[in-house]
Every structure is written in structure tokens, then in C-alpha cells.
Design a protein around this ligand. Structure first.
Ligand code: HEC
Length: 137
């Protein structure tokens, strides 16, 4: 009976592991990230990260495409750079850049009445990065 039990436990663990972080959860995170992107970034960076969204007309500098970040970075998605850039932790080339510091202003369009912080925001930002990674060429 013992090998059978071992096999059963092994299989259950494998199934559980697959369930806890399987493709459908990845898809959920990307979908949630898209929701945040649509509200906070699309006006400037385009509906699918292609750059030059509708708000560009009001800006002096055209927001770059975000779908080509990986291509511009030798085929590697610069997750850490994007995360820090969005959170205002990196110096900007142009100090007058209209790109918001989201750490300072928060996700104003997702939570117009405030009220979200800590783990909620961390999850939103992680989902946003997953979405951006998913739309790379
Ligand atoms: C008000 C317009 C505006 C909004 C909203 C905005 N951005 Fe930007 N973003 C810019 C502009 C303009 C630049 C280029 C100038 C600069 O680097 O600061 C830029 C640059 C960037 C860059 C650097 C790209 C590169 O190739 O170096 C990243 C990454 C980025 N934005 C991500 C985001 C994300 C993610 C959001 C939403 C959470 C967002 N931006 C919202 C205007 C905006």
C-alpha cells in the first residue's frame, strides 16, 4: 500500500501546486492588471501600450510605447526598472515629465475615493506589471 500512498500524495501535491499558481491564475492577474492599466496609463500610453494615447495631444512629450520595453531591453522585460519608474524611485531624464509618480499620487482612477493601501495596492501594482509583461512583442 505504501508506494501507492506515496504516489497519491505526490500526485495530490502536484495537482495542488498546479492549481495554486496555474495558467488561469496568471490570466486572472493579467486581466486585473489590464483593468488598472486602462484606468491609470492608457490615456497616455495607448489602449494596448502602443504609446501616444489620446492625452498625448495635451503634452509636450509623447508617452513612449510600453509594449516594446522588452525589445528595447535586449529581449528581457525590465520588471524592476518599470516598477521603480512607476513608483517614482528613478530619476527622470526630463524633470518636467508629465509621467506621474504613482507612489505619491496613488491609483486615483481605480480608487477615486481613496481607501486602498498596503496589500491591495501592492497586489494592483504586481498585477499591472504582469499585464505589461504579457503585452510585450
Ligand atoms: C499623464 C501621462 C502619463 C500617464 C498617465 C502615465 N505615463 Fe508613463 N510616461 C509618460 C511620459 C510622457 C513618459 C516619457 C517621459 C519620461 O520618461 O518621463 C512616460 C514614461 C514611462 C515609462 C518609461 C518608458 C521607457 O521606455 O523608458 C514607463 C515604464 C511608464 N511611463 C509606465 C507607465 C505606467 C505603467 C503608467 C500607469 C500606471 C503610466 N506610465 C502612466 C506619461 C504618462
Amino acid at each position: 500500500m505504501r508506494p501507492c500512498l506515496t504516489a497519491f500524495v505526490g500526485l495530490s501535491c502536484a495537482l495542488l501546486a498546479a492549481c495554486s499558481d496555474g495558467p488561469s491564475e496568471d490570466a486572472d492577474r493579467v486581466r486585473e492588471g489590464q483593468r488598472v492599466y486602462a484606468k491609470e496609463c492608457a490615456a497616455c500610453h495607448g489602449a494596448r501600450g502602443e504609446g501616444a494615447g489620446p492625452m498625448s495631444l495635451q503634452l509636450d512629450v509623447v508617452p513612449p510605447d510600453l509594449a516594446g520595453l522588452k525589445q528595447r531591453n535586449d529581449g528581457y522585460f525590465p520588471r524592476e526598472f518599470v516598477s521603480r519608474f512607476v513608483m517614482g524611485q528613478l530619476a527622470k531624464d526630463d524633470p518636467a515629465s508629465p509621467m506621474p509618480d504613482f507612489f505619491a499620487v496613488g491609483l486615483r482612477h481605480v480608487y477615486p475615493n481613496g481607501g486602498a493601501d498596503g496589500e491591495v495596492l501592492e497586489t494592483d501594482f504586481a498585477n499591472l506589471l504582469d499585464y505589461l509583461e504579457a503585452i510585450q512583442w
